[in-house]
Design a binder for this molecule. Structure first.
Ligand code: G4P
Length: 531
């Protein structure tokens, strides 16, 4: 097998998504411990944006500098190269939380066993579902009182529209947590709350029918487990890897990240079943990772904290071929050659200069303003990758220039911040007024602050009640479309790529408009297949 092919098969690039506090940081840390990437719990945690800092965006901006280090965490485990992409679970999460999901090949969804499905998980899972990203669910905090497992499965089905396939099943919970039963392996792992800093050692019992079981977990738990296992087998489908890979079923595993229980099993399952880097669609063709020619796309841009240096770090996901340091590559949108003398690779919490990188890897490229989100870099071919859409923001405000003498600076600042993917800009068709749309409300403050400090431009905002931005498919020139465009002209705007967007002011308006103009296609992301 060729080196490139071998490297591709070794890679697992995934994201961990959860509602804040479900245990994503703790789980990430335990995964890193297994990889030997860190030697002590707490290393990642100290990088986490501190809780309670939600209203203090300066603090968040400061910590953003630190969080670059945790944007990608790479380590080796069992001859695999694992790349974990951080999707900030912060309350005021931003565009790049969504965008990071365009660069992962699979996802772990962490659910707090006591709280069940929570709000932010819904939004993130929806994006993954839309993209058919394979997902494994980890139900965490089983060492605390948890909801009934079957109720949790129901929630996953009902609120996240997932199709659960339990791989493991818990025995008790909270103080009465006895362990986990691996259904297809027919083994019980007995829970022991030992030193959480170290790699776990726990007793295994082979076979549910073994006489040791009652002695270990008690007669009642043994009886319950037999019953629960029967129900699982009856109600839920068997695990089939092809269905997992196509996003049709979702393996469920239980554990406690804090107590490092069930985490190794999760990682072992992940490296066994999670996909290696997949082909990526471009506007022209499907690009195979095994192609000799290098290609990749930018999914995230991190601005420097120091306003005097406007250099940024562009995160590039490698799609095909081998990336090499100091080699000229083609920047497709700008139609120019660029080479990189110090591309960064991310290892655990360290960054280092990398000589070569392979599909599935993420590299950080120092940038002085050449890149924007979605840009591609190739060996020469004019590839434009699909699958890096904008999603509808949730908050919208008019942006108002406070100093007409600084109009140029303001426009330049807005332009660059939008290229970074901090927020989205819409321009009203009827009067050219500019609207900023963000995913988290805090982003408005960040933009205001950065415009002033980095570009010397002052702005203010005016509230705008918009429920959702819907991209309009203008290809079908139906009468419906014409009538819609006429009736709603006050609510039509262009996004940064001049795509037409309908700014619906309420859920009601949106569904009413959809009913009235059934032939008009409304899309909640900027990328869609024209019918
Ligand atoms: P997040 O990144 O998803 O926001 O969650 P994080 O890992 O920070 O975990 C949130 C809280 O939940 C932390 O407690 C953490 O210790 C706890 N936690 C995570 N996994 C488990 C688990 O399996 N069992 C139990 N019992 N607790 C868990 P904290 O007190 O808020 O923070 P800290 O003081 O421990 O840092």
């Amino acid at each position: 097998m060729e080196v490139l092919e071998k490297e591709i098969l070794k890679r697992r690039t995934f994201g961990i998504i959860s509602h804040p506090d479900a245990g994503k940081t703790t789980l990430t840390e335990k995964l890193l411990l297994f990889g030997g990437a860190i030697h002590q719990a707490g290393a990642v945690k100290s990088n986490k944006i501190r809780k309670g800092a939600t209203s203090d965006f300066m603090e968040i901006e400061r910590q953003r500098g630190i969080s670059v280090a945790t944007s990608v965490l790479a380590f080796h485990y069992n001859e695999k190269k694992i790349n974990i992409l951080d999707t900030p679970g912060h309350k005021d999460f931003a565009e790049d939380t969504y965008r990071t999901l365009t660069a992962v090949d699979s996802v772990i969804v962490v659910i707090d066993g006591a709280k069940g499905v929570e709000e932010q998980t819904k939004k993130l899972v929806e994006v993954c579902r839309m993209r058919s990203i394979p997902m494994i669910v980890f139900i965490n905090k089983m060492d605390r009182n948890a909801l009934d497992s079957f109720d949790l499965f129901d929630q996953l089905e009902e609120h996240l529209k997932l199709h659960p396939v339990p791989i493991t099943f818990p025995i008790g919970d909270g103080l009465d947590f006895k362990g986990i039963y691996h259904i297809s392996n027919d083994t019980i792992m007995l829970f022991s709350s030992d030193d959480k800093q170290h790699l776990p050692t726990y007793e295994l019992i082979e076979h549910l029918d073994s006489p040791q079981v009652i002695a270990a977990i008690g007669a009642q738990h043994s009886k319950d487990l037999h019953e629960h296992t029967e129900v699982v087998k009856e109600l839920y489908p068997m695990f089939e890897i092809s269905k997992y890979l196509s996003g049709e079923i979702h393996p469920i595993m239980f554990g406690s990240a804090l107590k490092n229980f069930g985490v190794k099993e999760l990682l072992d399952t992940l490296i066994e079943i999670a996909p290696h880097p997949k082909p990526q669609h471009s506007e022209n063709r499907e690009v195979q990772p095994t192609e000799k020619n290098f290609s990749g796309f930018v999914f995230k841009i991190h601005a420097n904290m120091d306003p005097k240096h406007r250099d940024r770090l562009a995160f590039l996901k490698i799609v095909s071929g081998t990336f090499r340091r100091n080699t000229p590559y083609h920047h497709v949108r700008l139609n120019k050659k660029l080479k990189f003398s110090s591309p960064n690779a991310f290892f655990a919490e360290k960054r280092k200069i990398v000589e070569t990188s392979y599909p599935g890897d993420i590299i950080g490229l120092h940038d002085t303003g050449n890149f924007k989100i979605g840009d591609s870099l190739t060996d020469g071919e004019k590839l434009v990758f699909k699958g890096i859409p904008s999603f509808s923001p949730e908050h919208f405000r008019y942006i108002i220039n406070q100093n007409p003498l600084k109009t140029k600076q303001l426009n330049k600042g807005i332009d660059q911040l939008m290229d970074e993917g901090v927020a989205q800009l819409f321009t009203l068709q009827i009067n050219g007024r500019q609207i900023i749309g963000t995913v988290g409300i805090l982003q408005f403050e960040v933009i205001q602050y950065r415009l002033l400090h980095e570009y010397g431009a002052e702005c203010s905002y005016e509230m705008l009640p918009v429920y959702k931005a819907c991209w309009i498919d203008q290809n079908s020139q139906s009468e419906d479309l014409m009538a819609f465009l006429k009736l709603k002209q006050k609510f039509l705007a262009f996004d940064k790529n001049n795509q037409l967007v309908f700014l619906a002011d309420s859920k009601f308006t949106l569904s009413h408009t959809q009913q009235k103009f059934p032939k008009v296609k409304f899309h909640f992301q900027s990328e869609f297949d024209a019918d």
